[in-house]
Structures are given as C-alpha cells and as structure tokens.
Design a protein around this ligand. Sequence first.
Ligand code: URA
Length: 257
Amino acid sequence: MESAEYHSALAALAWQIELGADECIADTPVDRYAVPAAVAKPVAPDSPGKVAVAPMPVQDRFDPVAVAQEAADAAQTLDELRTALGAFQHCELKRGARNLVFSDGVAGARVMIVGEAPGRDEDMQGKPFVGRAGQLLDKMLAAIGLSRGENVYITNVLPWRPPQNRDPKPEEIAMMQPFLNRHIALAAPDVLMVMGNHSCQALLGKRGITRLRGDWTQAQGRQALPMFHPAYLLRNPAAKREAWADLLSLQARLRDG
Ligand code: URA
C-alpha cells in the first residue's frame, strides 16, 4: 500500500474508533456457525506499523444455548426470569425488537398458553397476543369462561419479534427453549395450550398441527393440548369448527381435573 493510502486508511480507522466502532465487520455477513475453527485463528501483525485485527469470536468457544440454560436455571421467580431474558444478549432478534414480550395474564393460572412469537402490535406494547390474533384468542377463551384478566397466563416461544414477522428459525427456538422451559416450570400451570406449529416444535418436538391438534399429550411434564393458532383461524375460518371442539375439550379437562 502506498504511504499516503496507508495514512488515510489509518486516519479513517481512528475516526471510526472515535465514533465508537469497537469491532471489525466484513463487507458481507459471515455465518459463524459455518466458520471452521482453523479459519478464525488470531493473526499476528506480520510487519511493524500494521494494525493487528482482533480475532473473531470462535463459535466453538461459546455456546449460547448453554448460556441461556444457565441464566434460565438461575431464575427462581418469574420476575427473575424476565430480568434474565432482558439481560440475554445472544439472540439476534433482540436487536431488531422494540420490546421484550414476556407474558400477560395471571401468573400461576391453571391454563398457560404458549404462542409462537410477537408480531408488530405485541412488539410495540411489550405484551403477547394483543393484535388481531390476540383479539380472536380472547373471544375463544371467553367462550369457555376463561380470560387473561382472571384465569389464563400467556407467553410465546420467542420473546422478541422476528423481522417482518418471518417464521422463527430452529436455532432461535433452540436458543430460547431453556427460558421457555423454565417459564413453564415457574408458572406451574396444570394445562398447556400449545398454539400452532412452532410451539408444537418447541414443546412437543413435532410439527403438523393439522394432525396434532385436539390430541392431548404431555409437555414439560404437564397436560398439553395442541391447537390451531388464532392467526391461522383468521386466515382459515372453516377451521374454527375444530378449534371449538378443542376448546370444549379443554373446558371438560379443567372441569374434571
Ligand atoms: N402470535 C403469536 O404467536 N404470539 C403473539 O404474541 C402474537 C401473535
């Protein structure tokens, strides 16, 4: 590199450091899960005057799921779990979200609903199921004498909104799963309503809601009922018939159990 070029590059670097830049990011995104450890070895400056680039974090040194597990296990109350989630920095979704969406309703209620992920309205208000799907959910619950104001607790698999409401990625679900499991343990419901495919994936390890819905099963050591997601019912009103059957099944289970 010509000396003038070198000095202007160095000045540009100093300027960026002045502005607060504290890490090197490449021109194109890097999938760190795919980077072999050997590529990410620290490189020593090979001649005096060259700037040593800080080594990239090597994925195999750091396991975000283990960090999530440790943070979730340490929480002894729902408030502590909310704080632990708020402090968890390793899920990319957090960067694009306005708010953490932790829960709504009555902690300790017999019924706990597990939805998928916040949408726009939930992200803005910091509460699950407050948009159109949430309004339908409230009507469904009211039809069998339940409400989030009295006897239902609600959360989601993911606590941050995925960009453009895209589907949760399997690695996002895996990373947040320890928090979800702990959330269920601390809320200690009798019954889980597992809404939609992504929730079934997280809690039952299965997809295929059309087959799964309506069949009682176990998740996290509790009775669990997979159901159509209310957003699906908004798009497919004909499926409300099955959703109604599932609500009646839930009502009967609560009455008998
Ligand atoms: N859909 C969900 O699964 N959860 C919400 O909170 C809102 C919409």
